[in-house]
Design a protein around this ligand. Structure first.
Ligand code: ADP
Length: 399
């Protein structure tokens, strides 16, 4: 019966059987027919009541050994289930799970990146477009690709850009119209005013022949006509600045020589002192003359006393300073003196046009220089122009 039982078990694959009795050990395969392969604790623990089991190594391979004593006999039966395969399967399962987990993590990361890119691309495109709009590229528009919030954002952005572009075009048109109007008015008035000036000078020459009571009004008239001509010339010059059509003609200019010639030509040598270091600079002669003559004529008109033109040089700059010891400019007026039509004392209608210093400012800017003013009420004013000595203009450069 034992042989038969063992033969039956032998046919059932997957596990081995060991029978232990007082007569010895028998097994489905010969090398297991040895009771010492059963761990001691299991061998002592088996009974008839239930199956006991334990893990153990047999021939260095892991097994689960299940044992029980057969009732009514001295036989104990042990089933040896090899665990190696199960462990292989478990570790295979682990590998599969781990690989699956890796793929899942990578896939969710990828999906995250794709999703965030889908969300962030329109946002970064919008911020790029806003930046280029701010930099003045007014025809910047966003593509409207979707019907979602981003599509609505792109639509609103485009509407805003369109409105902005339109407004700016309108403003620059209006500005251009205004500039052209000023230029045209000045131009149209030029001929009659030139005639007025020459007639006024004729009248002035005949002043002695005019009855005494008319002399004063005639003098005032002549003065006003001269101012009108000055105003027209200033307006023409300003409209050229606004049109951006000024040209710069660069020359080697001997600073002190230019200033002393200017003072002589304008008849200012006795009222203005020149204190100059030798400086040669590359700049536009005519514009420099305009700057200095405006500053000196202001100093004579408003400053009256102790007018000095100083010329100094630094490594790369020529500094030209026009100072007077006149009444000075109120501190609250200082920030505005370079504004167009600004007059610190508008009631003094006999004086200039209010454009002189703004023309100076524009010319200095065009020559790549700076102008500053210091003034103390009761002590006089100092205008300082700093010009680059070696600025490389093209020989004739449109700004
Ligand atoms: P204007 O044609 O009236 O002289 P400017 O633009 O040359 O116009 O000057 C603006 C104003 O600055 C003048 O009206 C005057 O009040 C003030 N100003 C200019 N230069 C001096 C100066 N050297 N001393 C005092 N005030 C001055």
């Amino acid at each position: 019966a034992v042989n038969e039982l063992l033969a039956t078990y032998r046919r059932a694959s997957g596990f081995d059987v060991l029978l232990v009795s007082d007569r010895g050990a028998r097994a489905t395969i010969k090398r297991f027919a040895d009771s010492s392969i059963i761990p001691q604790s299991l061998a002592q623990g088996v009974g008839t009541a239930a199956f006991e089991y334990e893990r153990a190594k047999v021939e260095n391979k892991p097994y689960v050994i299940v044992g029980r004593a057969i009732e009514g006999t001295d036989i104990e039966v042990f089933f040896l289930f090899p665990e190696g395969q199960v462990q292989d399967q478990i570790s295979q399962l682990g590998t599969v799970l781990f690989t699956g987990w890796l793929i899942l993590v990578a896939a969710s990361g990828l999906i995250g990146v794709l999703l965030s890119r889908q969300v962030l691309t329109p946002v970064s495109r919008a911020s790029f477009a806003a930046r280029s709009l701010a930099e003045g590229l007014l025809d910047t528009r966003l593509p409207v690709e979707t019907n979602d919030e981003f599509g609505i954002l792109a639509l609103s952005f485009n509407e805003m850009a369109q409105a902005l572009q339109q407004k700016i075009a309108e403003l620059s048109d209006a500005r251009e119209r205004e500039r052209r109007f000023t230029a045209n008015v000045a131009h149209e008035l030029r001929t009659p005013v030139a005639a007025l000036v020459s007639e006024a000078s004729l009248v002035r020459d005949q002043l002695d022949d005019i009855p005494a009571e008319f002399r004063r009004p005639v003098q005032l008239l002549v003065g006003d006509v001269t101012r009108l001509r000055q105003l027209l010339e200033d307006l023409m010059e300003i409209s050229l600045f606004d049109a951006g059509r000024q040209t710069v003609e660069v020359d080697e200019v001997d600073g002190p020589a230019l200033i002393s010639t200017l003072l002589r030509r304008r008849g200012w040598v006795h009222s203005v002192r020149l204190d100059a270091q030798p400086v040669v600079l590359r700049t536009d002669r005519r514009r420099l003359e305009r700057v200095i003559s405006n500053l000196v004529s202001n100093a004579i008109r408003y400053g009256h006393a102790d007018i000095v033109v100083r010329v100094r040089k630094t490594n790369d700059k020529a500094l030209i300073e026009v100072s007077d010891k006149g009444p000075g400019i109120q501190p609250e007026h200082l920030p505005n003196v370079f504004d167009r039509f600004f007059k610190a004392d508008p009631s003094r209608t006999g004086f200039g046009t209010g454009l002189g210093l703004s023309i100076v400012h524009e010319n200095v800017r065009i020559l790549d220089g700076t102008i500053t003013v210091r003034s103390e009420v009761g002590h006089g004013s100092t205008f300082t122009v700093a010009l680059p000595r070696k600025r490389q203009f093209n020989s004739r450069e449109a700004e």
